[in-house]
Design a binder for this molecule. Structure first.
Ligand SMILES: NC(=O)c1ccc[n+]([C@@H]2O[C@H](COP(=O)([O-])OP(=O)(O)OC[C@H]3O[C@@H](n4cnc5c(N)ncnc54)[C@H](O)[C@@H]3O)[C@@H](O)[C@H]2O)c1
Length: 248
């Protein structure tokens, strides 16, 4: 039998109580990793860690990614529980959709803070730990919205495009420390975030997808696994689109 791809690796995943983050954590555990899940929702993240096998395999930590002290505590939890940080997935996210005519400054700031500052916090703080062992893989969740810009998402498109620039700049800074930084741009994926969408908007998006269906969280988790594992050992600063061909 082949070796699990993440045998003995320790991964930290933000926004992992549900949706894409949880699917990534679950896939990583299946491949031999031990995981630390961070999420704003303390009860949900504790329950998620329990479902993944409890303290020997998964630890849940309440964490607001916009708060640098919370990010320090999340990464410290990985070191305290499992001894290191090999993989960091910056996945936590929110949407506050509205056209520019109606979007409030608060809605703009919230989305920029969670995605952009949160990913910056996770990337810089994980890299600072990984460089001690001269190895690490960081995976950041961007979005197709950051590639093409979507109406009603000036905040989210800006943040997700920003994550691409951030990931590439970070990749250049830390490559010589053995740390890789890559990003994923999912298209329309079925999660609690997208299930909140009105039916009409969902149908409009579906019509734009050559493969004719929404993606499943496991299809993002597979690509995160690829970028987190040695399968992608010569890749850094890349952006992988996982979109069923939408806006290729
Ligand atoms: N679902 C999609 O179609 C899609 C498409 C492109 C990109 N994405 C991105 O993938 C990521 C995951 O999306 P999802 O669909 O699973 O969303 P989701 O809403 O199902 O899950 C997001 C999780 O992040 C947590 N979170 C929110 N703010 C946080 C904060 N400040 N600190 C820590 N945790 C926080 C939430 O509590 C939740 O558990 C997001 O970055 C999202 O922008 C999703």
């Amino acid at each position: 039998m082949s070796q699990p791809l993440l045998r003995s690796r320790i991964a930290v995943i933000t926004g992992a109580a549900q949706g894409i983050g949880y699917a990534i954590a679950s896939r990583f555990v299946d491949e031999g990793a031990r995981v630390v899940l961070g999420d704003l929702d303390a009860a949900a993240v504790a329950a998620a860690a329990e479902r993944l096998g409890g303290p020997d395999a998964a630890v849940g930590v309440r964490c607001d990614v916009t708060d640098s002290a919370d990010m320090d505590a999340l990464l410290q939890a990985a070191r305290d529980s499992f001894g290191a940080v090999d993989i960091m997935v910056n996945n936590a996210g929110i949407t506050r959709d509205a056209t520019m005519r109606t979007m409030t400054e608060e809605q703009f700031d919230q989305v920029i803070a969670v995605h952009l500052k949160g990913t910056w916090n996770g990337t810089r703080k994980a890299a600072a730990i990984m460089r001690e062992r001269k190895r690490g893989a960081i995976v950041n969740l961007s979005s197709l919205s950051g590639k093409v810009g979507l109406a009603g998402q000036t905040n989210y498109s800006a943040a997700k495009a920003g994550i691409v620039g951030l990931s590439k700049a970070a990749a250049k800074e830390v490559a010589h420390h053995g740390i890789r930084v890559n990003a994923i741009q999912p298209g329309l994926i079925r999660t609690p975030m997208t299930e909140a969408m009105p039916e009409k908007v969902w149908e409009q998006k579906m019509a734009e997808i050559p493969m004719g269906r929404a993606g499943e969280v496991d299809e993002i988790a597979s690509v995160a696994l690829f970028l987190a594992s040695d399968l992608s050992s010569y890749m850094t600063g890349t952006v992988l689109e996982v979109t069923g061909g939408r806006f290729m």
